[in-house]
Design a protein around this ligand. Sequence first.
Ligand code: COA
Ligand code: AMP
Length: 630
Amino acid sequence: MDSYLHSYTASISDPVEFWREAAGHLDWFEPYDSIAPPEQGQRHAWFIGGRVNACHEALDRHISDGRGDEPALIYESGYRSASEQLSFRQLRDTVAELAGCMARRGVGIGDVVLIYMPAIPQAVVAMLACVRLGAIHAVVFGGFGPRELSARISLARPKLILTASCGLEPGRVVPYMPAIEEALALADHVVPRVIVWQRPECVATLREGRDEEWQEAVPGSAPAPCHGVPAEHPLYVLYTSGTTGQPKGVVRDTAGYLVALRYSMRAVYGLGQDSVFWAASDIGWVVGHSYMVYGPLVAGCATVMYEGKPVGTPDAGAYWRLIDRHRVNVLFSAPTAMRAIKRDDPEARHLTATELPSLHAVFLAGERSDPDTVRWLEERLRRPVIDHWWQTESGWPITAICLGLPPTRPVRHGSAGMAVPGYNVCVLDGEGEPVPAGDMGTLTLKLPLPPGCLMSLWDDQEGYRRAYLGQYPGYYSTGDGGFVDPDGYVHVMGRIDDIINVAGHRLSTGELEQVIASHPAVAECAVIAIPDTIKGQVPLALATLKAGISQSPVEASREVLALVRHDVGAVASLRKCLIVDSLPKTRSGKILRGTMRRIAANEPWSVPPTIEDPSTLDYIARILEETSSS
Ligand code: COA
Ligand code: AMP
């Protein structure tokens, strides 16, 4: 029997029955009353009435099942010869101790704890300790600067911050406390307590009365038990870039997410317990939440955490050695990482040195996988290389080639696979009508969304409805454009809004523009994405200066780049800010970002009929063409 077709059809025709079966694998503290999510537009949560605990699912239940001594977390560093392995029991005991310490400091059910940490085991411990107590974690990527951090503090209003003294990047140590101090000073919320994991590379100075050293505060704390929470209790809030200047707080429910992740580990990745899963990401991103922490652990797999880069720490063989050493079964990475490895080791010399007998497949996500890179990898690995599509909001893959649902469909280069059971992918035109197979349109998901997808936006139920459900009644709008070919393969061609993907990191051009506009010399600015051979896209800024500014364009441009690097973080990868005399606009004053983007990407473009002054566009086109050829 074709189990993909069977599962897919069942998931769409009778979602309640389909997810009832999947939910049977959870260790419920109390059974649910109803399975289906409430009416459209309400908070999207499944299994109402049930009670669970995500930490129990991830750790304690495996210990009860007699698997306490099996490996749960494997950590390796690319920066120093550090490696650590924790069994389910060791991880549970460490988590319970931190949870006990937090409980003694007043953290309880529903409180928000902000986690600002690098990819080290304590970050996983921090996340699981929160959910053990029923507290809600808000993880902020360690590469974000003070402005981004402060916005998240103001929005999430945490009771406690868990952090580390520093992160490590190639050739430098990144101290975290200065960013926290600056963010707290900017935020409109006071965080009374900060617990800091001190790392040997940089010992943070602590502020008396507010800060505590983790290594002193936590050991010896009475271990806290798992607190059963309602199915729809928020497990976490994760801020991601939206189309406005403000980050969007994606709220995840507990039970639906656990059911979906557990299902995906088997159906999508083809893994059962005792497998080793490595998502080469960071806990600051959704991939880190779903597949460095919850997915593998809930499924009883060991999860690998790597603090390092695909290249340069120390070389392009780092990934292959790690897979070999820890017998990784599935690697989840981003196309940008593979392009970086291919650039540094085009002949894959590092790869042929090992055989990687454990590896079943490589999954890629974060941006469209370019066929050249996929082909290169397939030829070297001789294993399936699977592009799959998802977003922070979905929490788990929308499309993939499902390895656990045979017969496995062949990979089709340029496509992100087929709809995963639970997701009804529809391509709609501007009027909300379905388009014929093969035609481009907006990629939407017919409601109801499967379990695991975002429940709402933090403190903004109306914003959730407006952003995702308002455009096409009855459908969730993904913000991506693409098509479904006649065989059912989904092709995701890129965002149809102002979000850009830089090395797999999601950034909003609006947010970058806000920072640039805050420079005192800048009158107007626009940020567009331009193609980059390794990072996929990088931002390019164009700015005009205020009249009467004495600063030279070169100096202003340098300061703008430094400002973005400091406020947003180096991950923004803004390397160029062109100071121009004017920006092309429509007669209603809208900057022609789309046209500039097409010019910069060497795509066909035309002069929009609504243009205010065609000569400004000619002028900018010349500059952009010179820039792209330089
Ligand atoms: N803390 C502080 N700074 C950070 C950081 C962090 N957590 N993460 C990145 N940065 C800095 C980097 O040091 C770099 O600074 P630089 O401008 O001084 O060199 C800058 O931000 C850009 O970093 P990055 O995007 O990592 O680019 P890179 O040029 O250092 O490396 C790649 C290029 C392709 C190797 C890298 O982007 C990569 O590994 N990408 C894969 C990402 C990924 O797997 N994402 C998964 C999402 S599913
Ligand atoms: P994030 O929320 O950071 O995970 O980014 C989600 C966005 O990344 C999606 O909306 C897409 O634009 C893009 N994306 C993720 N995976 C893919 C993929 N496999 N193919 C094309 N785009 C992708």
